[in-house]
Design a protein around this ligand. Structure first.
Ligand code: IVH
Length: 741
């Protein structure tokens, strides 16, 4: 039987979802909004239902980790899961972009299933069945605002906060005790003396977020995109003291079962009261209702309260009030069965499109930007919105003068989602595609390529690397958090450094002096006030440049704006080659078509390839396929790029792979460890983190160079190998002793 052609569509959507997961979690650089992601996921699930794809073969959102270098990791006693979501799918709204009362929803079952109420209704039916409850029996539910913050796990013992950790990948998180303590977001002492864990959300109130951004702007630094990212970034600052007085707050909502030794009420609502009595902040919008219909009605009315809150919420969480019943129901692989999250539809407003301007990106890509009549959406004024490319403008038939619908769901960049054709002025003209770069007037290159869903994508590029906008974007990227993290090198500063001091390449930044920078006049800010950079900011920037020098090869590579070379591949390449000259030699060999280099990259290997690799002693290069390798290595070996790296080396920037040592311990520093088996208390990555932080190295295989094998329960072949080679074998207790207790 021929295979269903829709399977190919499903596979493409699957790959697309995985790519967006990676962009969101691993790179913190989403290309699409949360609601666009949800739409894609909804379409995928519908097709997977039609094709009767088994649950275990479907896309599963597996959040990457929020782990940051230099932070100790710990294993959560119980994994930090996420909740099942109930949202209305983009094409299932009966009133555009709005959830409506139950009696206004379609009665048709299929249409209803795709609305938030349809999903909540199904959840309630399933839970009543699980609990053998009749439809008429009461079902007490606790409804809590879903805080759009950063999840945190706190452990108290003897009335004191002893550990705070991030969600991480759900299984292991980063220890942020010092940061949480300094932030003042949670009580450091509580009445309860027994050991217990409590989970909740850290958040940055909007006023604190605005104040922080004002300070960043005044220092010429990069502004934070939203309070959620702002909070997450702050809690990962190494200098915990800097968090004092910054206004981070918290709401706590969950005491996980298992860990605590005290008796708690068997009601979620009463547990919230217990948390309040302990001194925790509990969201004042939390209520107890009977049944899902009442909960949904409360969700609709809470949309009136939402704008009055001093923080962002992106939905409401419904939980069984009966915690004993909830614990009995257990969880699926990803979600507990005791709760579900209702998501607010993204906020939309209509406004007039005044003009289309063209933005030039760091790789020369031209993006149309909608200049809008300012409109208030989700508590902030929107006057610009992104459009992916010119083809999208044409496909949506968006014209200047049109009334357009703009959407924002707490995301970074608002979007134009539709045009109101009834309001189109008579003379509205389509937007022409660019023929010349708006910045340097170079003729534009048009590139047509299918996107992962098979649709043809048209992109426009300015091919001139010396184009002033590209130069500015590349410098901005070089200083960004993902790359060299140079504080004080915000947009306004980059602009003057390029325009007034003639800087065009990242290595030239390191030759700047405070005397050159201090008198520079920055562009007017939002309040139209002109500012000079000033001596203090100039000194800070010079200091930040100097601090950035030892960041290491991975960060340098990630900052080069090489197409296809993101943070992950940069880390892989730095880890594999160790320094720039070794990497460059390999890249040159690859570009020259040398067999060993080409084979190292090739993924589909024939038997003769494998034999040749063995003969030549080729070690495969992980994390890069040949299309990426072609573009990345070609760009890295280009003469202007090599000149930049030479310049960086001359400026004293480290081009070697870096090992993060936060607290070198003599017995461990420089020693190589292999971990095997299950250790009594330390998780695998927790132990690796401790060894690395103490200056040691870890490896996956035992060799003569291994100094210690740390063996836990059920250690297998690595332990045998260690004995065979006479490598010292130690246990967790010994490792802890070596680490200093
Ligand atoms: S209960 C199994 N209650 O929303 C997770 N979560 O997927 C139990 N969130 O990342 C979470 N406000 O961090 C719960 N009142 C609330 C919440 C809440 C925000 C976050 C949570 C999780 C996501 C749910």
């Amino acid at each position: 039987m021929p295979t269903d052609p829709r399977l190919a569509d499903l596979a493409r959507m699957h790959a697309d979802l995985e790519r967006h997961d990676r962009l969101y979690y691993a790179k913190a650089a989403p290309e699409i909004s949360d609601s666009e992601y949800d739409d894609l996921k909804d379409r995928y699930e519908r097709l997977a239902d039609d094709l009767e794809v088994l649950a275990e073969q479907r896309h599963q959102k597996t959040p990457g980790s929020d782990h940051s270098e230099g932070f100790q990791t710990v294993r959560h006693d119980l994994p930090m899961l996420s909740l099942e979501k109930a949202n209305t799918e983009a094409d299932a709204f009966v009133v555009a972009g709005e959830d409506v009362a139950i009696d206004r929803l379609p009665t048709d079952r299929d249409a209803r299933k795709r609305t938030s109420w349809g999903k909540l209704e199904a959840w309630e039916r399933a839970r009543r069945k699980d609990l053998a409850l009749a439809d008429s029996a009461p079902l007490p539910l606790v409804l809590e605002p879903k805080i759009d913050g950063m999840s945190v796990s706190l452990i108290y013992d003897g009335g004191k906060l002893i550990r705070a950790a991030t969600r991480g990948d759900g299984v292991e998180g980063d220890v942020i005790t010092a940061q949480v303590e300094a932030s003042g977001a949670v009580p450091v002492t509580v009445k309860e003396q027994a050991r217990f864990e409590v989970r909740g959300e850290l958040y940055l109130p909007r006023a604190a977020f605005d104040a922080l951004n004002r300070d960043l702007l005044a220092a010429g630094d990069k502004v934070l995109v939203n309070p959620r990212n702002g909070c997450a970034g702050m809690m990962k600052r190494k200098d915990a003291e800097a968090l004092r007085g910054k206004g981070v707050k918290s709401f706590l909502y969950f005491v996980p079962p298992g860990l605590h030794r005290m008796t708690l009420p068997a009601s979620q609502f009463e547990r919230l009261a217990w948390l309040t009595a302990q001194g925790f902040q509990v969201h004042p919008g939390s209520v107890r209702v009977d049944g899902m219909a009442a909960a949904y009605t409360q969700c609709l009315s809470y949309t009136q309260v939402r704008p009055t809150l001093d923080h962002d919420i992106d939905g409401m969480v419904m939980k069984l009030d009966d915690t004993a019943a909830g614990e009995r129901l257990g969880e699926t692989e990803h979600h507990p069965r005791w709760g579900i999250a209702y998501k607010f539809p993204p906020e939309r407003r209509a406004t007039v499109l005044k003009a289309i301007t063209v933005q030039v990106g760091k790789t020369g890509r031209l993006t149309p930007v909608a200049e809008l009549e300012p409109v208030l959406i989700a508590q902030s004024t929107v006057s610009r919105a992104s459009l992916h490319n010119f083809a999208e403008l044409a496909a949506k038939d968006i014209r200047i003068g049109d009334t357009v619908v703009v959407q924002k769901a707490g995301e970074i960049i608002p979007q134009v989602v539709a045009v109101d054709l009834t309001k189109r002025p008579k003379n509205a003209k389509p937007v022409p595609w660019p023929t010349h770069c708006p910045t340097c007037a170079t003729a534009v290159v048009e590139e047509r390529r299918p996107d992962p869903s098979g649709k043809e994508n048209v992109s426009h590029y300015c091919p001139n690397p010396a184009c002033a906008d590209q130069v500015r974007e590349r410098l901005r990227h070089f200083g960004s958090r993902d790359a060299m993290d140079i504080r004080g090198l915000g947009s306004a500063v980059v602009n003057v450094v390029v325009d007034k001091l003639g800087v065009t390449r990242p290595d030239q930044l390191f030759a700047l002096t405070a005397a050159q920078l201090a008198p520079l006049e920055l562009e007017a800010d939002v309040n139209d006030t002109k500012r000079t950079f000033g001596k203090k900011n100039a000194d800070n920037l010079i200091a930040a440049l100097s601090t950035a020098k030892p960041q290491g090869l991975a960060k340098v590579l990630a900052g080069l704006s090489v197409n296809g070379l993101g943070s992950k591949l940069s880390e892989d390449l730095a880890g594999r080659f160790g320094d720039w000259s070794t990497l460059l030699a390999f890249a040159r060999a690859y570009v020259a078509g040398e067999r060993a280099a080409v084979l190292a990259v090739r993924k589909k290997l024939k038997a003769e390839d494998k034999a040749e690799m063995a003969k030549l002693g080729v070690v495969p290069l992980a994390g890069v396929d040949d299309t990426t390798a072609d573009t990345v290595f070609r760009q890295l070996t280009a003469a202007p790029m090599v000149a930049v790296l030479d310049g960086l080396a001359t400026a004293g920037v480290s081009l070697s792979a870096k090992q993060v040592v936060t607290n070198a311990v003599a017995a461990v520093a420089g020693k190589s460890f292999v971990l095997t088996g299950t250790m009594p208390s330390l998780g695998r990555s927790e132990a690796e983190g401790l060894i690395k932080a103490a200056g040691g190295k870890t490896s996956g295989s035992v060799s003569k160079k291994t100094d210690y094998v740390v063996a836990g329960a059920e250690a297998g072949s690595k332990l045998d190998k260690a004995k065979e080679l006479g490598v010292a074998v130690i246990d967790e207790a010994e490792l802890k002793r070596m680490l200093g207790g």
